[in-house]
Design a protein around this ligand. Structure first.
Ligand code: HEM
Length: 285
């Protein structure tokens, strides 16, 4: 763990005898910072199946990555609002590495057989990732807004409050498009003044703006912004598709624990493109 005061290096010959500190008055400074004792005792298993642990831990790990992504994209949104493109790009680049780690965490669940999944599926009852409030904030920041997604969280005041706030705030992509307008691109009023609680609908004018930026005469910082947003979009699409394939392997065409049609419903969700004009503009460059 790094501390503000930088320690003075010891002479090389003395170094190997220096052992870590063992005595602390209360809990360790590590515990005070990481809360590892809380974090490693949140695994309340509901079945006797030994495979349930990795299912629960993977889900919890993904929740933590969702939390990190929300933090980065809120940082990027604030920076864009202040016309600070370098800070926004730095946060988005961090989020790209985090998305890679998030996607890598599918590995332990990617090859579940239906029999393995069945061993604890019953214990989940109607529980489903569909009810993840943090995933919903991820989607809201990407522009995938929907008031009905607040309904499952009525019984959880904090999650509901945070989601309601996120619903009515401009998404990361709204902030990007507002920045493009301030930088002289012809983003129409109906895009800039849209009801931000609704899903972002693809706009031909936005597509034209990205095509201009990518055509080579656009400012270099906006090209870099477009590319890091495309990285984000691609990795979110990969997360959705890895989830879809893992689900198809684990349960075929059975209905989901959350009550949806399962794979058929996820397939439809995985077809939507994040930041759609960043993809379609490529045909016109
Ligand atoms: C291999 C194990 C998994 C299976 C079989 C599975 C299955 C499903 C299904 C069928 C749905 C559709 C809703 C429903 O009816 O339940 C769904 C949604 C969802 N799952 Fe999973 N899931 C798995 C693992 C995970 C994990 C580890 C996470 C991490 C948090 C997760 C997060 C989500 C999210 C966020 C949604 C909502 C997606 C959306 O709204 O577009 N799932 N899952």
């Amino acid at each position: 763990m790094s501390h503000q005061a930088q320690p003075t290096p010891r002479p090389a010959e003395a170094v190997e005898h220096v052992t870590p500190q063992l005595d602390f008055d209360g809990t360790t400074p590590y515990e005070d910072y990481v809360h590892a004792d809380v974090l490693t005792h949140l695994q309340h298993l509901l079945s006797d199946d030994p495979g349930e642990m990795v299912f629960l831990v993977t889900t919890q790990v993904m929740e933590l990555w969702f939390t990190c992504l929300v933090h980065e994209w809120e940082t990027a949104s604030r920076a864009l609002r202040a016309d600070d493109v370098p800070t926004a790009i730095a946060a988005l680049k961090r989020s790209v590495r985090e998305l890679e780690a998030l996607n890598a965490s599918w590995r332990p669940l990617a090859q579940l057989t239906p029999a393995q999944f069945n061993s604890y599926r019953g214990a989940l009852g109607e529980g489903s990732g569909f009810q993840s409030a943090m995933y919903r904030r991820v989607e809201f920041l990407l522009g995938e807004k929907s008031a009905s997604m607040l309904v499952p969280h009525r019984g959880a005041p904090r999650a509901h409050r945070e989601l309601e706030k996120a619903l009515h705030e401009p998404s990361l992509y709204d902030e990007v498009l507002r920045l493009l307008a301030r930088r002289g691109y012809a983003i129409p009023d109906e895009v800039l003044g849209r009801d931000v609680a609704q899903r972002h609908e693809p706009s031909p004018a936005v597509e034209a703006a990205w095509a201009d930026i990518y055509a080579g005469d656009g400012p270099e910082d906006l090209v870099r912004l477009g590319e890091v947003l495309t990285d984000v979009a691609e990795l979110v699409w990969r997360w959705r598709n890895d989830h879809l394939v893992a689900t198809r392997r684990a349960m075929g065409a059975k209905p989901g624990t959350g009550g949806s049609a399962g794979v058929a419903w996820l397939e439809k969700r995985a077809q939507t493109y994040v930041f759609p004009e960043l993809w379609t503009a490529r045909s016109y460059v």
